[in-house]
Design a protein around this ligand. Structure first.
Ligand code: NDP
Ligand code: MG
Length: 412
């Protein structure tokens, strides 16, 4: 029975031959007695903390390694609680002087790559930004399956990452709620059965506002998301709709569809997390409370469904589900992401890094809300180029943009 589930599955970016099915069968049949060992990158973030909560409620899941950037106080607690012997602190200053008896402490970005190579069954990547790329590559090269929350990695280097995953027979399980919903809707079907992807968006705190309204919004306003509690970067991305733009690009790579097949629907209730319209026009979608622990649990347990770690959905309490077209004129970031995806080459990387730079500048009060899109467009026009991605090319362009883009934008 398990074998047929895996034969028909649409693993986002994995192998799909008979060896794969057999491997999946072995894994699932062994599951009840063997604990699934997880390495968690970004354990102190919003997704990281919710992943820990899923692990706490799941006796068959075991945390065997964790990374933080600078939050060493929380790391010390994690070491105690989960009996960790392997950790990483990516911020070298924060790592100074940190040691625990019997614990191997890896340091810096190379330390996170080393952590991602250690023995485990799955690596959950929930660091923020393209900082996750090299560790994701290291995990894939080691043959570890990935539960991917760190969307910036796929946005910036989608073709490279997916190609690498295919070559190493590695599966990439989406954690992002929309992509998890698409993945769940696709069970039993092939990506070639897809007519369109219905990608839903809450619309963020500024839904319905005009450009004029947006001129004066503050950081505090942008950080007030109506439905989801998330890290600061993705919360600002949700306010600009760049989060949806990044997710359009993420969907393109995970499900191998053309940009025109991905249709964003603003759905303020955040209950229908996304879906697939098949070639016969039947639509299958996934519904649930806006709670990231459900897609995290699904990614960690796939193809099994386990006992709930989240409350049930009460559709009577929800009452109505509504849908609107996104305003791509006002929320230009979404438009720019589609444009980058069509131009391909290094454009999505530029959108991603320029967005990281712009959000940081917005959060520190250096630029206004509307300038986020302006800065991204400036970067696309100045540095955009097509052509095949290389890892060195990605790393170099990303580093240059982080170093120089803000200054160039000011001097334009
Ligand atoms: P947070 O900002 O809450 O957490 C980021 C995590 O990454 C923290 O553990 C942080 O460590 C660590 N970190 C920060 N900077 C670096 C760095 N330079 N190198 C290595 N590690 C670093 O982010 P979120 O949890 O909100 O988001 C994580 C990822 O998941 C993002 O890609 C986001 O788009 C995606 N995602 C998030 C969702 C959500 O609900 N939050 C939903 C869907 C996707 P420290 O705490 O020590 O600083
Ligand atoms: Mg999402």
């Amino acid at each position: 029975m398990e074998l047929s589930v895996n034969k028909n599955q649409n693993t986002a970016g994995g192998k799909a031959d008979s060896t794969d099915s057999a491997l999946a069968e072995n894994r699932t049949s062994a599951a009840p007695s063997i604990r699934k060992r997880i390495i968690l990158l970004g354990a102190t973030g919003s997704i990281g903390r919710q992943t820990l909560d899923v692990i706490r409620q799941s006796p068959h899941l075991q945390l065997v390694g964790a990374s933080v950037h600078s939050n060493v106080a929380s790391l010390a607690q994690l070491i105690e609680e989960f009996d960790l012997t392997l950790v990483c602190i990516t911020d070298e200053t924060a790592a100074r002087g940190f040691s625990r008896e019997g614990v191997r402490v890896l340091v810096g970005a190379p330390g996170m790559e080393e952590l991602a190579r250690q023995d485990c069954d799955i690596v959950l990547t929930s660091v923020v930004g393209l900082a996750g790329l090299k560790a994701t590559v290291a995990a894939i090269e080691t043959g570890h399956d990935i539960a991917l929350a760190n969307k910036e990695t796929l946005v910036g280097a989608g073709s490279l990452v997916m190609d690498l995953a295919r070559r190493h027979g590695v599966r990439i399980y989406p954690v992002d709620s929309e992509h998890s919903a698409i993945f769940q809707s696709l069970q039993g079907y092939q990506t070639s059965d897809i007519n369109r992807i219905i990608l839903t968006a809450s619309g963020g705190p500024f839904r319905g506002k005009s450009r004029q309204d947006l001129e004066a919004v503050t950081v505090e306003d942008a950080l007030k998301h109506p439905n989801w509690s998330m890290g600061r970067k993705i919360t600002v991305d949700s306010a600009t709709l760049m989060n949806k733009g990044l997710e359009v690009i993420e969907a393109r790579w995970l499900f191998d569809v053309a940009p025109e097949q991905i249709i964003v629907h603003v759905h303020p209730e955040s209950i229908l997390h996304s879906g697939v319209e098949f070639k016969d026009h039947s639509v299958i979608a996934q519904l649930g409370n806006p709670d990231m622990r459900l897609p995290i649990q699904y990614a960690l347990n796939y193809p099994e469904r386990r006992e709930a770690v989240t409350p049930p959905l009460d559709l009577f309490a929800v009452g109505r589900l509504t849908f609107e077209k996104p305003d791509r004129q006002t929320f230009r970031c979404l438009e720019l992401a589609y444009r980058a995806l069509k131009l391909d080459g290094y454009y999505p990387l530029i959108v991603n890094t320029a967005d990281e730079v712009a959000v940081e500048l917005f959060l520190t009060g250096d630029i206004g809300f509307l300038e986020i899109a302006e800065l991204i467009e400036f970067a696309m026009e100045r540095f955009g180029r097509s052509g095949e991605l290389t890892l060195d090319g990605v790393v170099e362009l990303d580093a240059m943009l982080r170093r120089d883009l803000a200054q160039m934008y000011r001097n334009r």
